[in-house]
Design a protein around this ligand. Structure first.
Ligand SMILES: [Zn+2]
Length: 379
């Protein structure tokens, strides 16, 4: 694909098919010039392409070329199957994708994506879909851009903030210049982190309301207050629903993960039993359930099993060897002390059990690997 398409996107002309602002490239005489809509929203020639440099072609890569030549309607259809988080990330990869996904004609793509998320509250009317996706699935601080998690969202403020930023942006020290002023401001409810247990306010919002107060006449202010109170009530209810959705999501995911882990554990046990380790599994059931290759919330596929089988077989073989070694030590200890008790008092020092173990005679005797009955007979 010619470089001009990317340039067209960068100029903000991408999205629906838009003519590139770049000059047309020369075509061979008699060669038909067929135009079509592409991801980058350009109309390009399907005839032999421009002589772009080898370096450019290499950098572009096969996948990007494939995507870039894909018709927009096909791409939009594919995008409807992505999660909101994926769409959000995709919109940040290139200007071309950004220009597609942030245009109003892509609202249906976002809505289709939202519908795949169980229990997700509806996108409020005062936010567009990409804004809502960022509100619900973003992962950076809205103030400084640092990485943050969903636990750091101030739902009523519609802000995702890092640990540091609330210290300057949120305060409980707000004067009420006119009666009812504080009712125009959002305050976090329970479960919203930093300001959970006291009335606190988002200072940029406070400044915005103070500015309104300065600008509006008394009558207009009264009217504005009525509408604003309704707005705060409506958005606070939605914020509560969002907060609950996140809380519920944690619980639900924890339950689902537990179920997946147990199912994986059962499958692995069945497969190890088939390989002849059924008896040993009775001894190491608990340890196996805690093994890092077992304790994962992922279904056991053939591919995964082929990858983890050998390490697990090695682990269970080692577990068996250790168990038998411990058992031998116990049996040998008992027999040794029983034997020593039966000896007549003597001034000679008897070798300790550790010395017996370490002795070359003991190692050469073959008792190190003997089974418990054999040991008993030998001693
Ligand atoms: Zn921050």
């Amino acid at each position: 694909m010619p470089k001009k398409s990317v340039a067209g996107a960068a100029n903000g002309n991408a999205g629906p098919p838009v003519e590139s602002s770049q000059p047309e490239l020369k075509k061979e005489p008699g060669q038909p010039k067929k135009r079509r809509k592409t991801v980058y929203g350009v109309v390009e020639s399907s005839a032999a392409g421009p002589k772009s440099s080898k370096r450019t072609r290499r950098a572009r890569g096969r996948l990007s070329t494939f995507l870039a030549n894909m018709p927009v309607d096909v791409l939009l259809e594919i995008m409807t199957h992505l999660t909101p988080k994926d769409l959000l990330n995709l919109s940040r990869t290139t200007k071309a994708f950004r220009n597609i996904l942030l245009r109003p004609f892509s609202a249906g793509v976002w809505r289709a994506s939202f519908s795949q998320v169980r229990g997700l509250p509806k996108c409020p009317e005062d936010l567009c879909e990409p804004q809502y996706a960022n509100y619900m699935f973003g992962d950076t601080c809205d103030s400084c851009g640092d990485p943050v998690s969903n636990e750091d969202v101030y739902w009523t403020f519609r802000k995702r903030l890092c640990v540091r930023c609330p210290k300057t942006l949120i305060s409980s020290q707000v004067e009420e210049p006119v009666p009812g002023f504080l009712s125009l401001l959002h305050t976090p409810g329970l479960g919203t982190g930093y300001t959970s247990y006291k009335a606190s306010y988002y200072m940029p919002e406070v400044a915005q309301m103070q500015e309104k107060l300065q600008q509006l006449s008394k009558d207009d202010w009264e009217l504005f207050m009525k509408e604003r109170v309704e707005y705060v009530k409506r958005t606070s209810e939605h914020a509560r629903a969002c907060s609950m959705w996140v809380e519920y999501g944690w619980l639900r995911r924890a339950g689902e993960n537990k179920e997946l882990r147990e199912k994986r554990f059962r499958s692995i046990k069945a497969r190890l039993s088939d390989l002849g380790w059924a008896t040993e599994l009775q001894h190491c059931d608990l340890q196996l359930s805690k093994h890092k290759l077992v304790r994962q919330p992922r279904a056991l596929t053939e591919r995964i099993w082929n990858n983890i089988r050998d390490p697990l077989v090695s682990w269970i073989a080692e577990s068996r060897a250790n168990r038998l070694a411990n058992r031998r030590r116990i049996v040998v200890s008992r027999l040794y002390f029983t034997y020593v008790k039966e000896l007549q008092p003597s001034s000679e020092a008897w070798p300790t059990l550790a010395v017996v173990y370490a002795s070359s005679e003991f190692k050469a005797s073959g008792l190190v690997n003997a089974s418990a009955p054999d040991l008993k007979a030998a001693l």
